[in-house]
Structures are given as structure tokens and as C-alpha cells.
Ligand binder design. Structure first.
Ligand SMILES: [Zn+2]
Length: 210
């Protein structure tokens, strides 16, 4: 007996009947996002980096390990219109707002859109070592419950980036944020339903970093 796979939207990857793409109005943020991901990660349906690409205009993607990726990262780092930083929670992570005040420029925020294990590995790439690391001031509870829980309360890429945008006081972000969170919740709910997952209790811990 063969089972037919449901047809999926090639952008949001939900089954076509539940596609959220046509309801998304992408937001042009003053800060740029440079998403570092991999082709493997992109094939994972529950990857949330793809939602950022749908909802933000000022975003570019670099596939780590693909031909020319180091050059692309180098070009992003050398841009004179932004201050490059890397979003990663470390004990000595800095507050992004201070860096903006110091340099007078918006940020080019490098985000590691991969598993946490991989992210720690990528953090040691020679070209990423000099980047200033920034963390979140206020971290919300995770709303992403599509991957297994772990001991640590990590946020998925989407929630980490949207929380950071709020922390930084990004211009015009308040109304965009409402729209983005609403679409994110619909997306999670749709995938959860498809996988037969029950809705979680509030304050959820997840392992997902994608
Ligand atoms: Zn779609």
C-alpha cells in the first residue's frame, strides 16, 4: 500500500490548504539579518529560519559549507553601513543596544540557524570569532514545541530573532511584531496538528534551534 504525501507550499512548507504565505506582509527592519544555515537544515520542515525569510525584507542567507560561503560571510562582515554582530547566548554576550549607541549604525546580525550542537561548532569558525556576540535581554517562553524537549530552555531561531528585534527597540517593529507572532503561532499549530501533537502547557522548553 502506498501513501501519498500531502502537497506542500514550497515557501512555508505547510500543506497547501494551510499555507500562510499570502497573508504575510514582510517587514523592512533597520537592522539586517544574515542567516547562516545549511542545505540540510533547510530540508527540515520544522525549520523556522524559513519564516524569517518570508517575514523580513532585510535578510540574506549563507549556506555554511557550500562553495564561496566564507567569501559571502566576509562581504557581509565588511559592509560599512552596519555593525556586524553575532546573536549567541554566552556569559559575556553584550547588549546590542549599547553597540548601536557606540557605533551609531544599525546592526548586521549574524544568526546561526542550525542545531545547538552545530551552532557551537560554527561559533569556532575563524571568521566568526572576532564578531561581537550579543544576547537577549528579555527571553519569552518558547512557543515552539515541534522538537523534543531538552534540559535547557532554548528558543527557536524565529523567536530568538523576533525577541532581539524587540529588545533593540527596532523602529516600527511593534505592529510588525504582532503580525509576525500571529503567523508564527498559526504555522506551529498547523505543523503540530499534522504531526498529531497535543497543544502544550504554557512555559515550554524545547530543544529546537531551527
Ligand atoms: Zn506557504
Amino acid at each position: 500500500m502506498t501513501t501519498t504525501k500531502p502537497e506542500r507550499c514550497f515557501q512555508c512548507r505547510l500543506i497547501v490548504q494551510e499555507c500562510i504565505c499570502r497573508h504575510i506582509s514582510p517587514f523592512l527592519a533597520e537592522h539586517k539579518i544574515t542567516l547562516l544555515t545549511s542545505k540540510k537544515e533547510e530540508r527540515i520542515i520544522s525549520n523556522t529560519g524559513r519564516l524569517l525569510r518570508l517575514m523580513l525584507k532585510n535578510i540574506s542567507t549563507v549556506y555554511v559549507g557550500e562553495t564561496g560561503w566564507e567569501k559571502d560571510v566576509g562581504l557581509e562582515i565588511s559592509r560599512s553601513d552596519y555593525t556586524p554582530v553575532l546573536l549567541f547566548p554566552l556569559p559575556h554576550s553584550r547588549d546590542g543596544q549599547n553597540i548601536i549607541e557606540e557605533t551609531g549604525k544599525p546592526l548586521n546580525i549574524f544568526v546561526l540557524d542550525t542545531s545547538w550542537r552545530n551552532a557551537r561548532r560554527w561559533l569556532r569558525k575563524p571568521m566568526l570569532i572576532p564578531l561581537r556576540k550579543i544576547g537577549l535581554i528579555t527571553a519569552p517562553s518558547s512557543e515552539y514545541y515541534l522538537r523534543k524537549q531538552s534540559a535547557e530552555n532554548y528558543l527557536c531561531t524565529f523567536q530568538a530573532v523576533t525577541s532581539l528585534m524587540a529588545d533593540l527597540g527596532t523602529k516600527d517593529y511593534a505592529s510588525a511584531s504582532f503580525h509576525m507572532q500571529e503567523k508564527f503561532k498559526l504555522w506551529v499549530k498547523s505543523l503540530a496538528r499534522e504531526r498529531g501533537l497535543t497543544l502544550p502547557r504554557p512555559c515550554y522548553a524545547t530543544q529546537g534551534r531551527t
